[in-house]
Design a protein around this ligand. Structure first.
Ligand code: FES
Ligand SMILES: [Fe+2]
Length: 425
């Protein structure tokens, strides 16, 4: 449990709040790269409590600008994109992606230039990588480290899509850290063939967690004992403030989940279906998209709400489905988060031993907030970090082996003659 004050500190992200200031040190995924086209319509979005638009100039470069016209607050989502700036459709003022006012046709001609200089326009630096346009919303002249993840480089490839969830970013991120729920919430949606991840996870509902802290966050192993004495380890990487690298078997595609704060009460959940080894295979994409909505910018819009208990199917539950939330694996996560309320009150929770990672992460976040107030950059931004080497892994290994010795990019191979089902028997 947290004090009300600490909960406020961790969850509020608007300008001037402690977490808002810390978050503004980072580059954030803002919009999918294919959602804006050169010279095309500006796309409205909201991030860290600020209303913005994203657009592309005629040369293809991306820009971010405050959503509301500095003159009389008309939405610039309606603006004309003239290829070298946005022109507001109300009175024709024009702004470019460097934050300059380049035309104010409603002012007397001889005063225009001097007048334009006085009009403040907020724009932010943009960068494109991995199918996403990234934004830096901080105050530094030189933005800090960019996350140079492996899925930003060939041969790795990814499909990225986004879901808008009505819940604070931290409950979304904590849901990703909470491995214990795999055995319950997702127990009907993970595969159950012998020796696959589903059956090994199902085998032990109280895994042991071990953590190695890293400058960027931590590496965590959820260790599950199999009956033959071997261990099934899910080694996850967490890049703070909100990146979670979900484990996958060596040689197979996997998932990276990011929860960015839209504002205090809503979050954008980004799903990177990625393969370090080349194009993401179609079977993996089909599996990921099964049952989900078609709009990659908000793929879970049809999940329902409290009014219809998110379409929970009680008949399916009577038939053996654990959660009764049938649409898509990740909808289960979104729905439990929304059910907590817009900002979960952590002073009212009662934690158990399976919540140790969540507790630890909160401590790391609170410590980073404190140090940030004193001028220290958070989570390794002041260090040279090889983000490209960060990779998660699921692996089963024999007794006597230590997961800390495993290089996730180049893991040892073990041959298990008996599968889990046989071991159980
Ligand atoms: S409101 Fe935009 S130019 Fe007047
Ligand atoms: Fe989940």
């Amino acid at each position: 449990m947290l004090s009300v004050q600490d909960n406020e500190k961790l969850t509020r992200v608007g300008p001037g709040t402690p977490m808002g200031k810390l978050m503004r040190e980072f580059w954030h995924p803002a919009v999918r790269a294919d959602s804006i086209v050169a010279g095309g319509a500006p796309k409205p979005f909201r991030l860290l409590g600020e209303d913005l638009v994203a657009f592309r100039n005629a040369d293809g470069s991306a820009g971010f600008m405050q959503r509301h016209c500095p003159h009389r607050c008309v939405s610039l989502a309606l603006a004309r994109n003239e290829g070298d700036g946005l022109r507001c459709i109300f009175h024709g003022w024009k702004f470019n992606s460097d934050g300059k006012v380049v035309d104010v046709p409603t002012e007397p001609e001889d005063r225009r230039e001097a007048f334009a200089e006085r009009v403040p326009v907020t724009t932010y630096p943009a960068r494109e990588a991995g199918g996403i346009i990234w934004i830096y919303m901080g105050a530094r002249k030189e933005p800090p480290n960019f996350f140079n993840f492996e899925f930003h480089h060939p041969p790795a490839a990814s499909l990225v899509r986004c879901a808008i969830v009505h819940g604070n970013w931290l409950q979304g991120f904590e849901g990703q850290l909470d491995s214990a729920h795999l055995n319950f919430l997702h127990s009907s949606s993970v595969p159950k063939a012998p020796n696959d991840a589903g059956s090994m996870v199902a085998h032990d509902s109280a895994p042991q967690f071990q953590v190695i802290e890293q400058p960027y966050g931590f590496r965590e192993a959820a260790l599950r004992k199999m009956q033959d004495g071997s261990t099934y380890a899910r080694i996850r990487e967490v890049v703070l403030p909100y990146w979670s690298f979900i484990p996958g078997n060596h040689g197979e595609p996997r998932l990276v989940v990011v929860v960015t704060p839209i504002d205090d009460e809503r979050s954008a959940h980004w799903y990177y279906y990625m393969s370090p080894f080349g194009p993401v295979p179609q079977w993996y994409i089909d599996q990921a998209l099964r049952g989900a909505g078609p709009d990659h910018n908000d793929f879970a819009a049809d999940r329902g709400d409290i009014g219809n208990t998110w379409h929970q199917d009680r008949a399916a539950m009577a038939d053996g489905h654990f959660s009764g939330l049938l649409k898509n694996f990740v909808y289960e996560d979104f729905i439990i988060e929304e059910s907590m309320g817009p900002i979960m009150d952590r002073s009212k929770e009662f934690l158990g031993s399976s919540d140790a990672i969540i507790v630890r992460t909160r401590r790391m976040l609170l410590k980073a907030l404190e140090e940030h107030e004193q001028g220290k950059l958070p989570f390794g931004l002041d260090q040279k970090i090889d983000y490209r080497a960060i990779r998660s892994l699921s692996i089963r290994f024999p007794e006597g082996f230590d997961w800390r010795d495993i290089d996730p990019a180049n893991p040892p191979e073990f041959n298990f003659e008996k599968d889990v089902a046989a071991a159980q028997g």
